[in-house]
Design a protein around this ligand. Structure first.
Ligand code: FAD
Ligand code: NAD
Length: 458
């Protein structure tokens, strides 16, 4: 491939990089995107999308299994079986559809996609291993992240990262999950529903240690109901012959583990990028940048998982859009008030803004309102009464500063939560909005009413 010059060069085609490239192309910048693997990055190929497809298939199978036994709905069915190879084929088809879509969007935005590994020559040029040298006015580093490994459990063989776990072609009889965070619980729950005997080994004193007990409680309860064994304050020390050795507060133990999923976090990925040639500041391997994602090197930006912040696809996408607009000369700043996070466990957890504790530390007086789904008609009518929605407001003016919820299908309410926070809603605003009946959204408004001391349905 011949050498090239462009306005806007993106390294990495994940949600951060491809969104930056599409937006730059839309704005008329001559744009090149370099991707070493597959466009769509971790999220579309090995993360968000295949995991959610697997979770969906597992939910369907679990429901079918429940119909073969005694169930409240009176539905009678014979015990189902699963052709897991077909399930995997369907999941891969979903991924292919989306990555094909992204390729089409890049083409429509006139982005030139180069396949290869980019390495910096200097702050204005990169060398691609497949031959081309590309010079650009703006370079965006969007190289993402990779899984953290444990010295006692190096990846390989039966010790899997999320990527290999999502690519399994059969359901393992037993699966040990090391790390009870986002990935461990999302994928662990799916395999438990698909029939694997799942054990979770979490180093912290609770599952999902970033969330409080009120949010995590229903998730732990459901995992136990699915037959998942949970070891807290525990560590894995090795794996041999289908057994995982663990150290728990009660001593050493061994558990069945045909496969081991290690999901103890992710780390920024800058391998082969030649960052030493730029001398960019880093913190724990993350490339640090200001709130416009600008590094100290003029024209070089860092976005998404490779830079400090929540490792979430929507954060990467929002930053990608912003840096393209900055490069096109728009007066852009990071003006987001809300960064939702959704954990696709069963039930799901959504958080946006400040927790009750953080709000109290920041503002002193706060008002907290809750609505339990046990009192919600839709939740009762859909067998999803576990969980609640909680609204956190500043005491001085009732401005909503945080919303948390745990419940069946609650991920789809994250938009309402973000809008409330981003638009600066107060408890009175939320309480005054008419909510469709019967929906879980009514619980959201009722939580505001409760904070105002005038709840109707509790
Ligand atoms: P990535 O998506 O990691 O993309 C980086 C790209 O850069 C890769 O394609 C890589 O091949 C390429 N690259 C790296 N170095 C070079 C180089 N030198 N030259 C060329 N190309 C290079 N987030 C959510 O918001 N919701 C979810 O439900 C969710 N689920 C997840 C489930 C799993 C199992 C995992 C692992 C992650 C999940 N995430 C989820 C996190 C999400 O995937 C990441 O936050 C997101 O992908 C980050 O986007 P990015 O563009 O920064 O990086
Ligand atoms: P995580 O930080 O969510 O969870 C890691 C867990 O491993 C923590 O609970 C931690 O206490 C535990 N841990 C750490 N060391 C351990 C050890 N030696 N033994 C046992 N447990 C140990 O990380 P993750 O689940 O690997 O996910 C990585 C990132 O990917 C997440 O932080 C998130 O940003 C992103 N992600 C997001 C979603 C989503 O948005 N739904 C889904 C999956 C992943």
């Amino acid at each position: 491939m011949a050498d090239m010059t462009c306005d806007f060069l993106v390294i990495g085609g994940g949600p951060g990089g491809y969104v930056a490239a599409i937006r730059a192309g839309q704005l008329g910048l001559k744009t090149v995107l370099i991707e070493k693997d597959v466009v769509g990055g971790t999220c579309l190929n090995f993360g968000c999308i295949p995991s959610k497809a697997l979770i969906h298939a597992a939910e369907k199978f679990d429901a079918a299994v429940s119909f073969a036994g005694d169930n409240a709905l009176g539905i009678q069915s014979t015990a189902p079986s699963i052709d897991y190879a077909k399930t995997v084929g369907w999941k891969d088809g979903v991924v292919d559809t989306l990555t094909g879509g992204v390729r089409g969007l890049l083409k429509r935005a006139k982005v030139e996609v180069v396949n290869g590994i980019a390495q910096f020559i200097d702050g204005k040029a990169v060398q691609v291993d497949t031959g081309a040298r590309i010079t650009a006015k703006t370079i965006v580093i969007a190289t993402g992240s990779t899984p953290v490994d444990l010295p006692s459990l190096p990846f390989g063989g039966d010790v899997l990262s999320s990527t290999e776990a999502l690519a399994l072609t059969h359901v393992p009889p037993s699966l040990a999950v090391v790390g009870g965070g986002y990935i461990g619980l999302e994928i662990g729950t799916a395999f438990a529903k698909l029939g694997a005997r799942v054990t979770v080994v979490e180093a912290g004193p609770s599952l999902l240690p970033q969330y409080d007990a009120e949010l995590v409680g229903p998730v732990g309860k459901r995992l136990r109901a699915l037959g998942v064994t949970i070891h807290l304050s525990a560590r894995a020390t090795g794996h041999e012959n289908g057994r995982l050795r663990i150290k728990t507060p009660d001593g050493m133990a061994q558990i069945d583990a045909d496969k081991v999923l290690v999901a103890v976090g992710r780390k920024p990925y800058t391998g082969g990028l030649g960052l030493d040639r730029l001398a960019l500041p880093t913190d724990g391997g993350f490339i640090t940048a200001n709130d416009r994602c600008e590094t100290p090197m003029r024209g070089v930006f860092a976005i998404g998982d490779v830079s400090p912040g929540p490792m979430l696809a929507h954060r990467a996408m929002a930053e990608g859009e912003m840096v393209a607009e900055i490069a096109a000369g728009h007066a852009r700043v990071w003006d987001k008030q809300a960064m939702p996070a959704t954990c696709f466990t069963d039930p799901e957890i959504v958080t946006v803004g400040l927790s009750p504790q953080d709000a109290k530390a920041r503002f002193g007086e706060t008002k907290i309102g809750r609505f339990p789904f046990i009192a919600n008609g839709r939740a009762l009518a859909t067998e999803g009464t576990e969980g609640m929605v909680r609204v956190v407001a500043r005491g001085q003016d009732n401005r909503i500063v945080g919303i948390q919820a745990v419940g069946q299908g609650i991920s789809e309410l994250s938009s309402a939560f973000s809008i409330a926070l981003d638009m600066g809603a107060r408890l009175e605003d939320l309480a005054a909005i008419v909510q469709s009946h019967p929906t879980r959204s009514e619980g959201f408004a009722e939580a505001a009413l409760q904070a105002l001391g005038r709840a109707i349905h509790i």
